[in-house]
Design a protein around this ligand. Structure first.
Ligand code: PEP
Ligand code: MG
Length: 326
């Protein structure tokens, strides 16, 4: 199987009717770096930078440490490298910086909310990313858990402040660094047209988007059975985001687990998704699916699914159609 995967990894990522699909990797740990070449990731669609923080705990990573790690990451791939700023909190605790005193941490001071409270930590990370951007144009920056325009503007204005500070110091940075946001909070998924005015790209985070849309803790086994990516509310929401993104002309990818689940590849292609980011070992699996389908069939699948009423019905239909197509 391993050998088969390596073979697929070498083949072009293109559908039967000639549509090119970008396949990127999600990365967390340093140990995963060799997998990027092995599975031929075109780029990094999501670097979860929490892990730099977890590794250096109880100390905070320095600007130098940020810079060095991101540089290593860039050396592994030809294409873009999207570094997501700290997404701490929620299920990812970091006891040294975050007091564990919240009743409802997943709805609490996490991700950009935390960074805007702890600007010292935010600044150090942004400086590390920006320093590398001056040497490497592949570097892009992404903000997690954005929930509205005011919050996004606050984040961007802080980024600009840090950029000005570095320019004054004479540090070379890419002033046009591409910036994007995760679409992973339902409020953001409802207003992609408004958010698109402020950023260069979106990355859909289905893990949190499903959790928040269905009010199901993504890590709670007791309610696991209700964590349904095929829920019509989720499917409709994803489709609306894709439609709005297309209308705004904004670059969009998906980095949640759905992007690496072969069951959903056809449906997502039907929605117009052309950029998928996933854990490296899933890359050949998804590629082998997309190489065997036509976009027109995927669009037809989506159309049917959008008229269905329940997760079980949708799930059954997707599986049946996939079976026929692939
Ligand atoms: C997501 O929420 O879908 C996502 C990719 O981010 P994380 O899993 O790190 O929360
Ligand atoms: Mg998330």
């Amino acid at each position: 199987l391993e050998k088969q995967f390596i073979e697929i990894a070498k083949k072009p990522s293109i559908t039967l009717d000639g549509e090119e699909i970008r396949l990127l990797a999600n990365v967390e740990l340093a140990e995963e770096l060799p997998l990027l070449k092995k599975f031929k990731a075109e780029g990094v669609g999501l670097y979860r930078s929490e892990f730099i923080f977890l590794q250096s705990a109880p100390n905070l990573p320095s600007e130098e440490e940020h810079y060095n790690f991101y540089k290593k990451l860039c050396a592994q791939v030809k294409g873009e490298v999207i570094i997501r700023t700290l997404d701490l909190g929620g299920e990812k605790f970091f006891h040294e910086v975050l007091e564990k005193d919240e009743q409802n941490p997943v709805l609490g001071l996490r991700a950009v909310r935390f960074c805007l409270k702890r600007k010292d930590i935010f600044r150090t990370q942004l400086r590390g990313i920006l320093r590398l951007s001056g040497e490497n144009e592949k570097v892009k920056i992404m903000f997690p858990l954005i929930s509205g325009v005011d919050e996004l503007k606050e984040v961007i204005s802080f980024l600009e402040e840090v950029m000005d500070e570095m320019k004054k110091e004479g540090v070379k940075i890419n002033e046009n660094i591409q910036k994007g946001i995760m679409i992973e909070v339902p409020s953001a998924a409802e207003i992609p047209d408004l958010l698109a005015k402020y950023v260069d790209f979106f990355s859909i985070g289905t893990n949190d988007l499903i959790q928040y849309t269905l009010a199901i803790d993504r890590n709670n086994d007791k309610v696991n059975y209700l964590y349904q990516p095929s829920h019509p509310a989720v499917i409709r929401m994803l489709n609306k985001v894709m439609e709005a993104a297309k209308k705004s002309g904004i670059d969009v990818s998906m980095c949640g687990e759905m992007a690496g689940n072969p069951k959903f590849t056809t449906l997502l292609l039907g929605m117009g998704l052309r950029k998928f980011s996933m854990t490296p070992p899933s890359l050949p699996v998804i590629k082998s699916v997309l190489r065997n389908v036509k976009i027109s069939d995927c669009e037809q699948l989506l159309k049917r699914v959008l008229s269905m009423e329940s997760a079980s019905q949708i799930e059954k239909h997707i599986i049946a159609v996939n079976h026929k197509l692939i």
